[in-house]
Design a protein around this ligand. Structure first.
Ligand code: GAP
Length: 460
């Protein structure tokens, strides 16, 4: 049984609540490019910060890097992208649709009623031609062929060309890794499914450099750690699985590869959100060959030099964010109310806003007290102050934003100096002193984070 398709509802909620907007919407939009609104940018940052913490800050064997999007054009010749980063493209001369020749069965003809391209008698599909997915631009004022450069289609190459810079500056010894988060661009022929496949996106990639003989062992370790990390984000383990690349599927650089797939439900179903690859010494070998610079690691203790093998973990934050939205979305009845509620049940550590603060009425000093509490809490975590509309509607808005706690200031609060904390998931409420509200919420958040991180500490 496929899991329910919540994509249309999510696209609408994402716009209504300010997670994701279509790029350049007032001009009719730009195909498969999206902007992240106030809640979306917080969610994405929280996700990226958790990755950075797990991969860089909490380990002593991984260094951070932020390499440039624009790189020397020879980089992409060496990596194989100029020659091989292509998809087979067919055009329809009748409806002017463009389709990936190897994915025709998943595509829809532009002619109504929609059918698989080629199925209408009027369809006139061209022979497939190879279409390079890299965006080209020019560096400097002269737009000639000598000035062509590319927007990077992956962050990984910035890491390979900096391998020795980072190793020597940080005095790391193999095995060690380099991690970075940054933009990547691919001129996808058939992007879509909201933010699943887009032309501009981000990557969180880590390359772990190891002695060639130990690569299979490290590959298995990273495979397990990366799956644990996704589970630690609160993703339902039942929706996650590995997909091993068979010999026909392996990328030109890979000796072994697994995808971590998330089941998005509906017709999209299980899809890759992260790839774990044993890339051998393909990349360092190619850059050594094309640049003419030795990129070998010198192991002084063992008195030997070699090109390390690379275990790569390549995760897409946009796609993972979509997985988090799908995973968090639920509709449920509310006892005693006619209308149910929609809840985004994010892990509290990821929730864009940690607490809503509401005065029950706009009288009796309640707004002033709520305002003071909000200002105080804002020094520690993101807070949303709301005094508009019935209290039930305010709770519903925060449920849709995924806010785990709401603090309400009522008539008793101004007399007794206490407030109500309401929990998103079970709608239970507790009464605490106003001055303790921040600490109480902080303790809940801390407990959730500790629980999530307990899965992340690699064994010694
Ligand atoms: N360096 C290896 C590499 O780039 P990849 O499988 O092509 O591997 C890694 O990309 C991750 O980047 C994917 O698992 C996915 O999450 C994300 N990604 C790739 N193409 C994407 C696109 N067009 N839109 C959104 N995310 C994408």
């Amino acid at each position: 049984m496929p899991l329910p398709d919540v994509m249309d509802k999510l696209v609408s909620l994402a716009k209504r609540r300010g997670f994701v907007f279509q790029s350049s919407e007032i001009y009719g939009g730009l195909g498969s490019v999206w902007d992240y609104g106030p809640l979306g940018v917080e969610l994405k940052r929280n996700l990226q910060e958790r990755w950075w913490h797990a991969m860089v800050r909490s380990r002593d064997d991984i260094e951070g890097l932020d390499s440039a999007i624009l790189m020397h054009p020879r980089v992409w010749e060496a990596s194989g992208h100029v020659g091989g980063f292509v998809d087979p493209l067919v055009d329809c001369k009748n409806c002017h649709g463009r389709f990936r020749a190897d994915r025709l069965q998943d595509a829809q003809c532009l002619k109504k009623p929609s059918k698989v391209p080629g199925a209408h008698s009027e369809c006139q599909l061209t022979e497939p031609r190879q279409f390079n997915l890299m965006f080209k631009t020019h560096i400097g004022p002269v737009e000639d062929t000598a000035a062509v450069i590319y927007l990077r289609p992956e962050t990984a190459q910035g890491t390979y060309v900096n391998f020795l810079n980072v190793q020597q500056a940080s005095r790391q010894k193999v095995p060690f890794g380099i991690a970075q988060i940054g933009k990547a661009f691919r001129n996808e022929i058939t992007p879509g499914n909201f933010i699943f496949r887009t032309r501009e996106f981000e990557q969180m990639e880590m390359q772990f450099f190891v002695e060639p003989g130990s690569a299979p062992e490290w590959f298995e370790k990273w495979r397990a750690w990366r799956m644990d990390w996704h589970v630690g984000l609160g993703v339902d383990p039942e929706r996650l699985r590995f997909h091993e690349h068979g010999p026909g599927e392996l990328a030109h650089y890979a000796r072994a590869a697994y995808d971590i797939e998330f089941d998005f439900g509906g017709t999209l179903g299980p899809q890759e959100i992260e790839g774990i690859h044993n890339r051998g010494d393909f990349d360092l070998g190619k850059h050594q060959e094309f640049s003419g610079k030795r990129l070998e690691y010198v192991d002084q203790a063992a008195n030997k030099r070699y090109l390390p093998f690379v275990i790569e973990t390549a995760c897409g934050p946009n796609r993972t964010l979509l997985a988090l939205l799908v995973n968090a979305y639920r509709e449920e009845p509310v006892p005693g109310e006619e209308e149910g509620r929609t809840v985004m049940g994010f892990h509290p550590a990821l929730a864009p806003v940690k607490a809503g603060v509401f005065p029950l009425t706009k009288k009796e000093g309640q707004p002033e007290m709520a305002d003071r509490i909000a200002a105080d809490l804002r020094r520690t975590f993101p807070v949303f102050y709301d005094d508009a509309g019935a209290i039930g509607r305010r709770y519903r808005r925060q449920d849709e934003a995924g806010t785990p706690f709401c603090i309400t200031v009522d008539g008793d609060s101004t007399r007794n100096d206490d407030v109500t904390i309401r929990f998103r998931d079970d709608m239970g409420q507790i009464r605490v002193g106003a001055a303790q509200a921040g600490a109480v919420i902080g303790r809940y958040l801390e407990a959730d984070i500790v629980r999530a991180e307990s899965t992340l500490v690699p064994p010694a």
